[in-house]
Design a protein around this ligand. Structure first.
Ligand SMILES: O=P(O)(O)OC[C@H]1O[C@H](O)[C@H](O)[C@@H](O)[C@@H]1O
Length: 548
């Protein structure tokens, strides 16, 4: 990319940033411009994004699109889809999009078409799930499986957890999925407490099959099963694995006939579309999983073909860059008005923060601008009664993504109407605010004294001018969920290109893992901690004292 062009774009954006900060009032912008809503929207069929309530003008959007062009977003996008090794620090292609390229062209990696491999694993998962669902797959004592426990962490947990929660209305009767991720023994102990070993199936999900938490939980699950069924041979009927490292799966003692593979060109946090999605297939059935893939594929096609100014992921990415780099926002709130999307913020924390939480460029140079924001959020309306206070009246600029379905998948229409009304109301309130004059007008009808009004009125003022996107669609079915997740994946990709970071490695997680290994014998009191820094050494001593 041309650094010179980028600098020109950033300079222009800085200048527009100063202008917008000084002059743009959204309430007035809507009043002055009846076409603002029509101009600032993008859609893919029923998936509609209103971005008119952002601190943007036509000039801002034009300058941001110039930035995307200068950063060569489109050619990077094409390189990603074509299987170029854009994950340079790991020398890998980035091809989660191939996992949902169900009826697309061949995708080549090192001269080999990967599509037949992908379809082969899908077919094996489909057949396996059918055996579980029909009761044809029997546990060691001859009983059908009723409970599935997925043991995995990070990308081998958060995607299936989020999707299974999101697709709750589609769950198949007779099979319950559980997830164990934390090395905190409470997680597995609490999960197994109510399960019957004879009817429980464990999925050990780990891309690398080296992750300590997952292996620790897997061994404890194995002990639990063998302890109850009194036969090591039981493992064969109660353990399956999902991994790219099938040799390590075999070393653990799981028959590779019962393992589902994926490949190093699937990043962990982009892997729910791969065999990592097995618990999704077990929860909702293969056909719904395929609808999820087809939804993601629809968003992939849109991302590849829609012009920049009508491209949903590009638009969301550019608006995010505007807030992060020009207007100084440090976080991005994800506020789904959908109880079933309660795990979406946590899922996007890994997707976004592990991808773009970087401070060196792709070629290893230090970065002197802001990169990935802090991602956080909770479903509405709950958040309204907790942290929205700070969004409305605090001192931080917090751009918000509201996400809501037009139709509920439950019969309580009055609930859904209230949910949607609250969602739209929050976006409106953030945008328009409430002036001191409006507050004083309201208070003038009360029996407060003028002195009391002087104290109270400023507290009740809403500055407004707070930005949000509204993401609205027909209903949260598997297809739409696929579109939604792929939309965020591509948003993250575009931002990574603009920030010139490698969004597909995660070296920042390594140091803690390494030190935990070193500290374990000190925690176990088989080695002295005295040589560590004074705080760590002191904590180890304090720990031993508390353990007595
Ligand atoms: O799937 P695994 O190899 O067990 O990895 C699980 C997780 O742990 C790693 O430390 C990374 O931070 C994550 O990106 C990854 O998803």
């Amino acid at each position: 990319m041309s650094t010179e062009n980028m600098t020109t774009c950033w300079d222009k954006l800085d200048q527009l940033g100063a202008e917008v900060s000084k002059n743009l009032n959204l309430r007035k912008a809507f009043a002055d411009d009846p076409a603002r809503f029509d101009r600032f929207q993008v859609a893919l069929d029923d998936l509609f994004v209103d971005y008119s309530k952002n601190l943007i003008t036509d000039d801002v959007m034009a300058a941001l699109r110039e930035l995307a062009k200068a950063a060569q977003v489109e050619s990077w996008r094409d390189r990603m889809f074509a299987g170029d090794r854009i994950n340079v620090t790991e020398n890998r292609a980035v091809l989660h999009t191939a996992l949902r390229n169900l009826d697309g062209d061949p995708v080549m990696v090192d001269g080999h078409d990967i599509m037949p491999d992908i379809k082969d694993v899908l077919a094996r998962m489909k057949a396996f799930a059918a055996r579980i669902h029909t009761g044809d797959w029997k546990g060691h004592t001859g009983k059908a499986i009723t409970d599935v426990v997925n043991i995995g962490i990070g990308g081998s947990d958060l995607g299936p957890v989020m999707v299974n929660e999101a697709l709750r209305p589609y769950h198949i009767d007779g099979i319950r999925c559980h997830f164990v991720s934390n090395v905190d023994g409470a997680h597995i102990v609490d999960t197994l407490k109510d399960l019957d070993a004879e009817t429980t199936l464990f999925i050990i999900a780990s891309k690398t099959f080296t992750t300590d938490e997952t292996l620790t939980n897997a061994y404890s699950a194995r002990d639990w099963l063998i302890g109850l069924l009194k036969d090591e041979a039981a493992v064969a009927k109660h353990f399956v694995a999902v991994s790219t490292a099938l040799d390590k799966v075999a070393a653990f003692g799981i028959d590779t006939d019962n393992a589902f593979g994926f490949w190093d060109w699937v990043g962990g946090r982009y892997s729910l579309w791969s065999a990592i999605g097995l618990p999704i297939i077990l929860a909702v059935g293969y056909d719904k999983f395929e609808e999820l893939l087809r939804g993601a594929q629809a968003m992939d096609n849109h991302f590849q073909t829609a012009p920049i100014d009508q491209n949903i992921p590009v638009t969301l990415a550019l608006i995010g860059v505007w807030y992060r780099n020009i207007l100084g926002a440090s976080s991005q709130a994800i506020l789904p008005y959908d109880q079933h999307l309660s795990r979406l913020p946590a899922y996007l924390q890994q997707a976004d923060m592990e991808s773009n939480g970087k401070s060196v460029t792709r070629d290893g140079k230090p970065i002197f601008y802001e990169t990935g924001p802090i991602i956080w959020g909770e479903p509405g309306t709950n958040g309204q009664h907790a942290f929205y206070q700070l969004i409305h009246q605090g001192t931080e600029l917090i751009p918000v993504d509201f996400i809501v379905a037009a139709n509920a998948l439950h019969p309580l229409a009055n609930h859904h109407d209230k949910l949607v009304a609250n969602c739209f109301a929050q976006a409106e309130a953030l945008m328009r605010g409430k002036t001191e004059a409006e507050v004083r007008d309201e208070l003038s009808g009360t029996n407060l004294t003028p002195a009391e009004i002087d104290v109270l009125a400023p507290q009740k003022v809403f500055a407004g001018n707070k930005p949000s996107n509204m993401i609205l669609y027909k209903q949260l079915d598997p297809f739409t969920l696929g579109r939604l997740v792929a939309m965020y994946e591509h948003k993250i990709f575009v931002q990574g290109i603009i920030w010139n970071v490698n969004s597909y490695d995660q070296w920042g997680v390594e140091l803690g893992k390494q030190l935990a290994k070193e500290l374990l014998p000190m925690v176990q009191a088989t080695q002295s901690g005295d040589a560590r820094d004074a705080s760590t050494a002191g904590l180890i001593k304090q720990l031993q004292a508390l353990r007595g």
